[in-house]
Design a protein around this ligand. Structure first.
Ligand code: KG4
Length: 333
């Protein structure tokens, strides 16, 4: 089954063509990072306009790279939410137009299901499993007893982990998006600031990152007022140590409680080297599955893969009334 995936929920315009949820024939991504970097974050209006400029070019490029014709597509899968409404609308309308022009079945996919199924491209998924979803907008611990069954056990009560990375990066003077820069500096420094491990011992599976973020901001502010230098590498290493310890401990605790051997890590922050290292060191008794970097951040191959498994589980199609939903809930199919 040849699935066309379309993703435009934030600042990446992406179109992919994937066979049977595994064989990626094309995964074209036009990133707007250079544009939003000037503003220190994503500007929604600028993002939607940029998607409008790029979407047809990215469609054309995907078919060129894959070497297939529009007539060959069996299913069109598009991110219907959550995300920036103006951005989502561009992808949804492009996918609907394509489906109508070529008379192809259409399916709406949840963005977070896309991140989870990025793992299915390169690995077999085994159930039951725990998915740790860590991105710029989400931090969730999800129990999956089978394909497309999502039980959210824990989530952040305030900031998402990627958001905290981006804010800490700004304090340290690093460009947007800050996660990869903080990760790089963290590997050159040491955990000398001993930041709090929020909710580590509370027995719940929820997270909180705003207190940790404020601790970093206060530390930098107080040092500045006293005329002292902060050490950016050590501050990044300390922040990363706190974040990864809480994420990994809670995920492993939940996997033990639920009797799961398999753990999936998904979302942009799954590209973090410190997180990967800690999972590998502390999770030796588990099968830990993390996608390759190119499938960690937003891309349409993961949407095509998710669309394929969603259709196999529940072949209910969307019609041309499919609409973008900026706060779409992650529901089992
Ligand atoms: O999943 P994603 O591409 O977009 C959504 O939020 O859906 O995630 C983007 C987030 C940003 O906050 C970025 O700073 C973070 O992922 N990120 C990282 C790393 N690479 C990307 N955070 C920590 N370490 C990284 N290596």
């Amino acid at each position: 089954m040849l699935v066309l995936g379309v993703e435009s929920s934030c600042d990446e315009t992406s179109v992919a063509i994937v066979r049977d949820g595994k064989e990626v024939l094309a995964n074209v991504i036009n990133s707007q990072i250079k544009i939003h970097e000037l503003f220190g974050g994503v500007v929604p209006e600028v993002a939607s306009r940029q998607h409008v400029y790029q979407i047809t070019l990215v469609f054309e490029e995907a078919f060129k790279v894959a070497g297939v014709k529009p007539e060959d597509i069996d299913l069109v899968a598009v991110t219907e939410g959550p995300g920036l409404i103006g951005s989502l609308l561009v992808g949804v309308n492009a996918a609907k137009t394509f489906a109508m022009m070529y008379d192809k079945p259409l399916i709406g996919v949840h963005h977070l299901a896309g991140h989870i199924y990025a793992n299915a491209i390169e690995h077999e998924m085994h159930f039951p499993c725990i998915a740790l979803l860590v991105s710029g907008g989400n931090t969730e611990l999800i129990y999956m007893k089978e394909h497309f069954s999502f039980e959210i056990i824990g989530e952040t009560l305030d900031d998402a982990v990627g958001e905290a990375y981006d804010k800490v990066a700004r304090v340290v003077g690093l460009p947007y998006p800050g996660g990869p820069h903080v990760d790089r500096l963290a590997h050159e420094g040491s955990d000398t600031y001993h930041l709090p491990r929020v909710y580590l011992e509370d027995g719940s599976y929820n997270f909180s990152f705003s207190g940790l973020k404020s601790a970093v901001i206060n530390l930098a502010h107080n040092a500045h007022q006293r005329g002292e230098e902060i050490k950016p590498k050590d501050l990044c290493a300390s922040f990363q140590a706190s974040v990864t310890e809480v994420l990994v401990r809670k995920t492993l605790n939940l996997a033990r409680e639920k009797g799961c051997k398999d753990i999936i890590v998904a979302g942009g922050v799954s590209a973090n080297k410190g997180l990967k290292e800690r999972f590998m060191n502390e999770g030796k008794d588990f099968n830990i599955c993390i996608p390759s970097i190119r499938y960690c951040t937003d891309n349409a191959a993961m949407i095509a893969a998710a669309g394929y498994y969603q259709f196999k589980k529940n072949p209910t199609l969307s019609d041309l009334t499919l609409n973008a939903d900026s706060s779409l809930e992650l529901l089992s199919k």
